[in-house]
Design a protein around this ligand. Sequence first.
Ligand SMILES: Cc1cc2nc3c(=O)[nH]c(=O)nc-3n(C[C@H](O)[C@H](O)[C@H](O)COP(=O)(O)OP(=O)(O)OC[C@H]3O[C@@H](n4cnc5c(N)ncnc54)[C@H](O)[C@@H]3O)c2cc1C
Length: 433
Amino acid sequence: MAAELKVGIIGGGYAGMAAAAELAAAGIPVTVFESAKQLGGRARGVAYHDTQLDNGQHLLLGCYRETLRLIELVGGDIERDFLRLPLQLDLHQHLELRAPRLPAPLHLLFALLNAKGLSWRERIKAAHFMLALRAMDFCLPQDMTVAELLKQHGQDAGLTLKFWEPLTIAALNTPISKASAQVLLNVLRDALNRKRADSDMLLPRLDFTALFPQRAAAFIERHGGRVQLSCGVDTIIPDSDGIALQTAQGTQRFSHVICAASPAAAERLLRHLPELAETVRQIAALEQQPIYTVYLQYPAQVRLPHPMIGLHQRFSQWLFDKGSIAGQHGLLAAVISAEGIHQQLDQEALAEKVVVELREEFGITTAPLWRKVIAEKRATFCCAPNLKRPAQQTTLPRLLLAGDYTAGDYPATLEGAVLSGVHCARRCLPGRK
Ligand SMILES: Cc1cc2nc3c(=O)[nH]c(=O)nc-3n(C[C@H](O)[C@H](O)[C@H](O)COP(=O)(O)OP(=O)(O)OC[C@H]3O[C@@H](n4cnc5c(N)ncnc54)[C@H](O)[C@@H]3O)c2cc1C
């Protein structure tokens, strides 16, 4: 039975490569088609000035179990590949919150009650709120925005600005006035409420193409599959017992196809299929949110006080010291997530704002040797309340959808993408759903 299966996968991002690795491990022949010259999609390595960057600084959480499992499956080593930091939220000179090595959720309660930069009243309110969420098993009777939920639970403006807003933007890439409270609670439930290590923050020491997709490609080829770069799929042609994929290099037939392209590309590929009209409508309705990363290469001796540190009410939301994370000394990355006034600046002006902030906050007076701004204008979908996200199983039984935007508990994250890919792979396997 398994021998009759032959799966075509459109897209070599984290979702597509997760699906392909899972199928390859089960002995199913797969072919991955990737339109770009390299794998990784929205989490990919970018070479600039002889320096290996990413299209954006990413962070994983300890609770990203499937992503971490698959990185290991294809030959990675989590302890070697990542700098692992216990949960900490530092907004330079405004907030310092560190979780001690206590079992969850005590580690969080201790961290909240001992947070520097919050009044006693704010600390107790935050801890009380966390206990209330736990009592409702992180499940809301009805979804609402994060701003509405915070108001309901008496989280005042100071606490929101210093704690909940940076946390929500980092987790959902959506402003609190638009973000789904239920999806935030899903992340809090998985990261904060189970094992202490689930809330660890993992910062990769290698670029995002090398971390997983490239290793997955080697793994897939060792298991008899193929990964074709610069080979975009132009058309999906379903028939009664399979699906053909048309590319500029020719047409190939498969028993099943997993479309793991980004939402905009998936919409283009699916819109000529009348059976998928509702899916296409759901994809088209997703709003997008940007993420900007400003890389600044300073002389090697320049460093930040911590590998990752936030700024309060500045353009730079989070700063990363790539020297202490990945041995790239003097390289700093400033991340600016979600929509905001930064979008009104051109890239040079935005980089200059970050340079000034680094000077004012940390006394870094040396000029950077170079600067590079990477603007991902369609980084993730806007994670609004009650969003209808398309299911992985489409109305065509042999056509599945993978990607961070498809139905699931998570916002647009690597783990959401990987979970959707694994789910699609399992649906293709005989006897497994
Ligand atoms: C700047 C930035 C920072 C982020 N930070 C984090 C973070 O810290 N933590 C986190 O968990 N997540 C983060 N994310 C989100 C995360 O990167 C995404 O959720 C994830 O990479 C999405 O993976 P995907 O496989 O669903 O889609 P994509 O990565 O978009 O992959 C789709 C692939 O399909 C290919 N493709 C498109 N059309 C075709 C076609 N016709 N034929 C063949 N191939 C095609 C594309 O080239 C692409 O490689 C960030 C995203 C960005 C942009």
